[in-house]
Design a protein around this ligand. Structure first.
Ligand SMILES: *Cc1c(COP(=O)(O)O)cnc(C)c1O
Length: 464
């Protein structure tokens, strides 16, 4: 399997290279040259199989010669062994034909564990056999950083440095980053905002001497392997609801468009998905774009679903590339236009997106009301991100005979204050994190100065 860039000007890569590259050199995102197809019989055979076996079978379609299915199965088993549910991603029916897919049974209580843990093991395997090492640098406002630190801790080929804005992440999120004890993972508290952290990371990648010396790598949501790992739960969920004989729809709380694009990829592979519902919070650039055709950046609003508080949705570029029939030229043109703050989607591309996607937005009041309503009606606690998706699924017109699955992206305990304010209920913290607030923390405070951050990383990383 080969990989091409959405902007058409970067070299074609194989799976290993696309994994290690992350972003393409032309600024684009990698996609497989063609979508592998699974037959109905192959999809039907997933019924009742362990999650890890489905993961290996799906991933094998994308990894080319890099891994055998047996190797992928071992990596998947190592990735998901610590999950707190035997099916890994259990489905709960909260109303007739209305399901919640719990993706928060991993160590850090958010769906990012699914992809990050698998990607960590892919990195380790590829680098080990190449005799190489890498330094992962990332900025976080919460979930991505904790998932990366947890996923990579203790691995021998990779050091991880996560920059977060000092004093501006929740105690719970900070402690998830600062309490892991692996020597190869580092939480850096930067005196500044999330944007400062992100700018510093970008500057490090643009410092080519540093980048090459440290073998910098990125595991943000544009990394193709993360999207790949997320296609798996669309298969397991749909099959357990009767696919391929029966169609299923999904409502996906959306920020960077990685998770929902994984659903779209599963559909290309043959999974009968009826509709994919883009659910946004008040940061609704994607919903506005679907409704009006204009993709226009405005200021970021802080909401109770902070992992979706973003403006430019990086993986949307993949959907645009597909909507233009895989022609990179209009993608390049729109991305260029976006530097001015907005673009207008041509009608044909808008119609192509509307073939697969619906969209809806949840206000903060609607998020709180949804948490309360579902608690009152079903005695089930939603986190605010999940509530965005559940709200969207209740307001968008759909065929009531088709089951709808709302992705539960985070555990309510991770956003306990917002959940309590909405429902009056205090979500119980899962046992493995019950003592989180008493564990010793380990982090380094650094000024928002690139040279200081770089020399700290250089001194702390194991030699590459
Ligand atoms: C990352 C995240 C999202 C957004 O997912 P994207 O792939 O960026 O669209 C939604 N909810 C939670 C809890 C997250 O951590």
């Amino acid at each position: 399997m080969r990989y091409i860039s959405t902007r058409g000007a970067a070299p074609e890569l194989d799976f290993e290279e696309a994994l290690l590259a992350g972003l393409a050199r032309d600024g684009g995102l990698y996609l497989p040259t063609l979508w592998p197809k699974l037959s109905e019989a192959e999809i039907a055979a997933f019924a009742g199989r362990p999650y890890e076996e489905v993961a290996a079978a799906v991933a094998a379609r994308f990894t080319g010669d890099a891994f055998s299915e047996t190797e992928l199965l071992e990596l998947a088993r190592a990735s998901y062994a610590d999950f707190r549910h035997p099916s890994r991603a259990p489905l709960i029916e909260i109303a007739p034909n209305f399901f919640v897919l719990e993706l928060h049974r991993g160590p850090t209580l958010a769906f990012k564990d699914f992809a990050m843990r698998f990607v960590a093991r892919l990195f380790e395997a590829v680098l080990t056999r190449r005799g190489q090492r890498a330094t992962i640098v990332g900025a976080t406002s919460g979930d991505t950083g904790s998932a990366a630190i947890d996923a990579f801790q203790g691995l021998s080929a990779v050091d991880v440095f996560i920059l977060y804005p000092d004093g501006r992440v929740s105690d719970f999120q900070r402690r998830q980053m600062t309490t892991p004890t692996g020597e190869n993972v580092h939480a850096l508290a930067i005196e500044g905002s999330f944007d400062d952290c992100q700018a510093a990371v970008k500057a490090m990648f643009n410092d080519f001497a540093f980048r090459d010396r440290m073998k910098l790598a990125a595991v943000n949501s544009i990394n193709w392997a993360r999207v790949l790992a997320q296609t798996v739960y669309y298969f397991t969920a749909a099959v357990s609801l009767g696919a391929p004989a029966r169609k299923v729809s999904f409502s996906v709380p959306t920020g960077n468009f990685g998770d929902i694009f994984a659903g779209w990829a599963a559909k290309q592979m043959g999974l009968p998905i009826e509709r994919l519902l883009i659910a946004t919070n008040e940061n609704d650039i994607l919903h506005r774009c679907m409704a009006t055709g204009r993709y226009e950046v405005s200021g970021v609003k802080q909401t109770t679903s902070p992992s979706m508080d973003i403006q430019v949705s990086s993986n949307f570029e993949r959907a645009l590339f597909e909507a233009f029939g895989r022609d990179p030229a209009p993608v390049v043109a729109l991305m260029d236009e976006l530097k001015g703050g907005a673009f207008d989607l041509p009608e044909q591309a808008r119609a192509a997106l509307a073939n697969d996607f619906d969209s809806a937005r949840a206000s903060e009041a609607e998020v709180a009301a949804t948490i309360k309503r579902v608690w009152d009606e079903a005695a089930y606690l939603l986190d605010p991100h999940t509530a965005v998706g559940v709200h969207a699924a209740t307001v968008v017109a759909r065929d009531s005979a088709t089951p709808i699955v709302a992705l539960a992206c985070a555990h309510p305990a991770k956003f306990g204050a917002a959940v309590q304010a909405a429902s009056g209920q205090v979500p119980e913290v899962p046992g493995h994190l019950a003592d989180l607030l008493r564990r010793a923390e380990r982090f380094t405070q650094l000024p928002n100065e690139l040279s200081v951050i770089q020399s700290h990383i250089e001194q702390s990383a194991r030699p590459v």
